[in-house]
Write a protein that binds this ligand. Structure first.
Ligand code: UD1
Ligand code: CA
Length: 457
């Protein structure tokens, strides 16, 4: 097999997006577009990938890191000018160069592989990846002669009325003989409607020089979608999400309503887990087997182990151990770690805390900056008072303790194991193990006094 190279075009501003964020950084299923593209390119195993950066160069570079090398296109003078910038890195290489746009995130590795195969089969010097669509508006058209042989690509803005009727479009993805590509690019001019150096002109130039130019027409147009504006961004997201949901369902995950389930690209889900409608699973989330992710839950960058039940809850940057349950209306904030068989009930917020096996925090409670041991019962309305207005302080609660309802635990504080804190206490001093702490004013009963109160007539 000849050596393969990849060039990703990612220097444009993407003015049609009308955004402060550079186009190729807009997310599709939670991941910037250009990251989808580089992953697909990596999978065809090129010996080198060069990304052309310009607008937002530093941001693109810090996103892709060492996955590719970079050249800077200082001024965006068109796609041909962009590819030409890679000449200094690639001009002496012998092999096939894949050129792909940073704004076509739906193209799959399988399609790129077929493009390479077709290119080789036809012994072509350039092969265009094309697709057919009923609405080709905005794309370059592939112009063929009467015999069906590719002649050139014409951009929408330069196309004649006749050419505009052509429904075969250029996806912006190509295989080129590396050295001929850079030779031909030197001949590209700017005599067109946009005054730009078009990469697409290379096709006509190579054709006229007598080289074999081919076009591989892929069956599924939707894969080729170029994201130029927010409408296409929404469409691309929808297509990607359908793909992701289908993959999980085929792997043994039940999704009750795929139309309202939003799962980011890198999320992993175990078999026999059931996902109810309105769920968002984002970022680097991993979910185990036999879980129930109930309606309207949002889980971000978290690890959920097996047999966990989550109902209408918000979980971010947290770990939830086997057989635990959260919600309805629970909130786990970053750096929270729950052990096994932990119960977190309704209207409970937990922040930067660890809660060990079998502990129950059932209702209306805030746990912040705390370490709770095993088999503890935290009563309704407990507040771990972690903030003094200036600094955050830590609370520790030992195994088998009981914290009564409506208790304030003023940190820093340590509650020993098997201790008992009476309901309604405000605890400001450490509680030794096996002690009972009670800190509330004593009750007074005034005999017959209720009768004197205004409301009792
Ligand atoms: C391009 C093709 C068009 C094709 C379409 C497919 C050309 C002239 N036209 O049009 O035939 O149907 O893609 O989606 O190639 N870029 C740079 N530097 C530049 C200009 C663009 O790096 O100076 C990058 C952009 O960041 C983008 C990609 O090249 O990732 C494509 O540019 P864009 O302006 O979106 O091209 P289209 O008009 O969509
Ligand atoms: Ca485009």
């Amino acid at each position: 097999m000849k050596d393969r190279y990849g060039i990703i075009l990612a220097a444009g501003q993407g003015s049609r997006m009308k955004s402060k964020l550079y186009k190729v950084l807009h997310p599709i299923a939670g991941k910037p577009m250009v990251e989808h593209v580089i992953s697909q390119v990596e999978a065809v195993d090129p010996s080198e990938i060069v990304t052309i950066v310009g607008c937002g160069a530093e941001k693109v570079k810090s996103l892709l890191g060492t996955r590719c090398s970079y050249v800077l296109q200082e001024q965006q003078k068109g796609t041909g000018h962009a590819v030409l910038q890679a000449k200094k890195l690639l001009k002496n290489k012998i092999g096939t160069t894949l050129v792909i746009c940073g704004d076509t995130p739906l193209l799959t590795t399988a399609t790129l592989e077929k493009l390479f195969e077709y290119h080789q089969e036809k012994d072509a010097k350039a092969t265009i990846l094309t697709a057919v669509t009923e609405n080709p508006t905005g794309y370059g058209r592939v112009i063929r002669d009467e015999l069906g042989i590719v002649e050139k690509i014409v951009e929408e803005k330069d196309a004649s009325l006749q050419e505009k009727l052509v429904k075969e479009i250029n996806t912006g993805t190509y295989c080129f003989d590396n050295q001929l590509l850079f030779e031909a690019l030197e001949k590209v001019g700017t005599a067109n409607a946009q005054g730009e150096y078009y990469l697409t002109d290379v096709i006509g130039i190579l054709k006229r020089s007598g080289a074999i130019v081919a076009a591989y027409r892929m069956p599924d147009f939707s894969e080729s979608l170029g994201v130029n504006d927010r409408l296409a961004l929404a469409e691309a997201n929808q297509i990607m999400r359908t793909r992701i949901n289908d993959k999980h369902m085929l792997n043994g995950v039940s999704i009750i309503d795929p139309n309202t389930t939003y799962i980011d690209s890198d999320v992993i889900i175990g078999t026999d887990t059931v996902i109810e409608p309105g769920v968002f699973l984002k970022g680097n989330t991993v979910i185990g087997e036999d879980c129930l992710i109930g309606a309207h839950s949002e889980i971000i960058d978290s690890a959920i182990f097996d047999r966990v039940k989550i109902t209408s809850s918000h979980i971010q940057g947290a770990v939830v151990g086997n057989d635990s349950d959260i919600g309805p209306f629970g909130r786990l904030r970053p750096e929270t770690k729950l052990g096994e068989h932990v119960h977190v009930g309704n209207f409970v917020e937990i922040k930067k805390s660890t809660i060990d096996d079998g502990t129950k925090v059932g209702h209306l409670t805030y746990v912040g900056d705390a370490s709770l041991g095993k088999q503890i019962n935290v009563g309704c309305g407990t507040v771990f008072v972690n903030y003094d207005g200036k600094e955050k302080h830590h609370t520790t609660v030992g195994d088998n303790s009981f914290i009564g309802c409506n208790t304030n635990l003023i940190a820093p504080l340590s509650i020993g194991e098997s201790s008992f804190v009476a309901a309604g206490s405000t605890i400001t001093r450490n509680v030794p193990k096996e002690a009972m702490a009670i800190a509330r004013t004593k009750q007074i009963n005034k005999e017959e006094y209720a009768k004197k109160l205004p409301y009792s007539s």
